[in-house]
Design a protein around this ligand. Structure first.
Ligand SMILES: Nc1ncnc2c1ncn2[C@@H]1O[C@H](COP(=O)(O)OP(=O)(O)OP(=O)(O)O)[C@@H](O)[C@H]1O
Ligand SMILES: [Mg+2]
Length: 235
């Protein structure tokens, strides 16, 4: 579905992502894990066309989309929920969802409310009155309004309580298992994310350093110790 081939990108002279290759198959949840500042968000922004890569190729469903702009990518079935500023705080839940679907007139509120019943309950509430978890659910729901086949999520559980992190992971799992779309997920809560992921990539200082199934990553001694906060793992 998505092939990212040797992508390098960054900001002006400052190279942040270094020849990264990843892929996502239909129906998969793929997670990218890595320390702060290693270039995860930059990679996601590059895939969604917000940053033009220095080199490399991005292929979506067999089509070369390198350099395509976000608006066109939404039309081709890509959705993106950024790490910050991902809802309009002064608008109601319903207004946020309407704006999400406005460009493509693909509203299916029933499906969205089936997955996120709390948004139906609070549809007249302003987004800034929602809890952190509810706001993240609204951001995800808003992106789903364009019926993406591939959804890019940048740290949807950041700042949430451990219980809420699990709720978010279950929602993401539900979205994919109901066959709404595939998901490329960036997460700091590595263990929770690997609990729902089919595969994962570890990124360090702009480079992909490891890839594998959730258990290969969780059981990998050095990665467990360095990136998953596992104290028992030894070199
Ligand atoms: N708009 C920007 N202009 C210049 N440099 C930037 C910009 N955004 C990010 N960077 C730099 O790029 C590097 C990677 O940032 P990025 O946001 O991709 O990391 P990240 O892996 O998503 O980190 P985090 O886990 O903290 O979200 C950092 O050194 C950051 O300072
Ligand atoms: Mg980030």
């Amino acid at each position: 579905m998505l092939l990212v081939e040797n992508i390098s990108s960054g900001y002006g002279q400052s190279r942040v992502v270094n020849e990264v290759s990843i892929n996502i198959q239909p129906g998969e949840i793929v997670v990218i894990i890595g320390p702060n500042g290693c270039g995860k968000s930059t990679l996601l922004k590059t895939i969604f066309g917000l940053i033009e890569p220095y080199s490399g190729k991005i292929i979506l469903n067999g089509e070369d989309i390198t350099g395509s702009k976000p608006y066109d990518l939404v039309g081709k079935g890509m959705g993106f929920v950024p790490q910050i500023n991902n809802v309009f705080p002064g608008l109601t839940v319903m207004e946020n969802l309407e704006i999400g679907g406005y460009l493509y007139k693909k509203h299916d509120f029933r499906e969205i409310f089936r997955i996120f019943p709390v948004l139906l309950e609070k549809k007249k509430e302003k987004a800034h009155n929602l809890s952190g978890g509810e706001r993240q659910m609204l951001a995800m729901a808003r992106a789903l309004m364009t019926q993406p086949r591939l959804l890019l999520l940048d740290e949807p559980s950041a700042g949430l309580s451990p219980k809420m992190v699990e709720v978010m992971m279950n929602k993401i799992n539900e979205i994919v298992r109901r066959d709404l779309c595939s998901v490329l997920l960036i997460e700091q809560n590595a263990k929770s994310a690997l609990g729902i992921a089919d595969r994962g990539y570890i990124m360090v200082m702009g480079k992909k350093v490891f890839e594998g199934g959730p258990h290969e990553i969780l059981d990998h001694k050095e990665i467990g110790r360095l990136y998953l906060g596992r104290k028992d793992a030894k070199n």
